[in-house]
Design a protein around this ligand. Structure first.
Ligand code: PAZ
Length: 325
């Protein structure tokens, strides 16, 4: 078999695996609602005036996917992701004039809520008497800012929030989003900060009921989640600008893994980060550079997402300009 045929065969295998993943996944309960909201959001932004026609739209994915172990799920595998990166970046993208589709794990950090305490309802409000509630003095500025900025983003058609919990929901919604951006062409960006499970239990081989401990130790084989990045990039949204993330705990392999992801999935940029320092520094890997981006309070960068989003917006502009030539 020559190289061309071998590549063709690998691609056909991957497509078959992906098809089988989607065919066997439990269908989304709210797919009609999601597709209506998506269509409306994209239309508004396609018609909005931006540089050279239409507003830029970024899909920000955020938080970790769960892997259910039972169909009537009692137990599941989860990961560490708090959704801080996605929520914070969303605010900076909106500030930069982008419309954001925020695809987030239910229960993780939300845009505009970073300055609020962990339990905002109980900590930000107090009863003045039996029937009146007021915002606690300490949090009044933060609450006002959060509500005002969030409402403005939604009302101006700059923020659409869609949530997922499981790996099945995440990938189905991501595909819907990607396919719905086709008319946006190069104006679409994907910023894939969610921590997505590499392994899962296929729905048809999953126990229906709660797994019983009386049966002794649990042996379970997890299948590999088909690598969707290349299909997302090449088939679902071929003109969009793509940024994926690579997280490692071993700094010795991080950059090499990021370079491999860039090449293998034909990403425009890969953001490499280490678990313990992810809020301080990331390295943006492109085909010709490795750019260190740091949080720097002295330069007004309260969080690393501020300079990171600035850099990505610049590179997205260059990408759009070069495609116009
Ligand atoms: O969600 P968070 O702010 O706690 O962490 C962000 C992150 C480390 C999940 C993200 O920057 C990232 O690297 N996402 C991709 C992880 C992966 O390699 O699958």
């Amino acid at each position: 078999m020559d190289l061309g045929n071998a590549l063709e065969a690998t691609r056909a295998n991957l497509n078959a695996e992906i098809e089988s993943f989607f065919n066997s996944a439990p269908p989304l309960k709210n797919s009609v609602d999601i597709s209506e909201r998506l269509e409306k959001f994209i239309k508004i932004n396609e018609l909005a005036s931006g540089n050279g026609g239409g507003r830029r739209v970024v899909c920000v994915t955020s938080g970790g996917t769960t892997v259910p172990l039972e169909q009537r799920c009692v137990r599941y595998i989860d990961n560490f992701s708090s959704g801080h990166r996605g929520a914070t970046s969303t605010e900076y993208f909106v500030k930069a004039g982008y419309a954001v589709i925020f695809l987030y794990r239910r229960g993780t950090c939300q845009p505009y809520c970073r300055s609020l305490p962990d339990d905002p309802l109980l900590e930000c409000f107090e009863l003045t008497d039996e029937s009146n509630i007021k915002v606690h003095e300490l949090y009044s500025e933060a609450v006002k800012k959060a509500i005002t900025e969030h409402r403005a983003a939604v009302q101006e058609g700059l923020l659409l929030k869609l949530h997922f919990t499981t790996i099945f929901e995440y990938l189905q919604i991501l595909r819907m989003i990607a396919l719905s951006t086709s008319n946006l062409g190069q104006n679409a960006m994907f910023y894939l900060a969610a921590a997505v499970s590499d392994f899962y239990v296929p729905w048809q081989s999953m126990a229906e009921h709660k797994i019983q401990s009386a049966s002794g130790p649990l042996n379970m084989e997890l299948a590999q989640v088909p690598k969707m990045l290349s299909v997302l990039r090449q088939d679902w949204a071929p003109k969009a600008f793509f940024i994926s993330f690579k997280l490692e705990t071993d700094s010795k392999i991080l950059l090499q893994k990021a370079v491999s992801a860039l090449e293998k999935y034909k990403m425009n940029m890969v953001v490499a980060n280490e678990l313990s320092s992810r809020k301080e520094e990331v390295v943006v890997v492109t085909s010709s550079e490795k750019i260190s981006v740091r949080r720097n309070k002295d330069r007004g960068f309260e969080d690393v997402e501020n300079p990171l989003v600035q850099l990505l917006v610049e590179r997205h502009s260059a990408y759009i300009e070069s495609s116009d030539l």
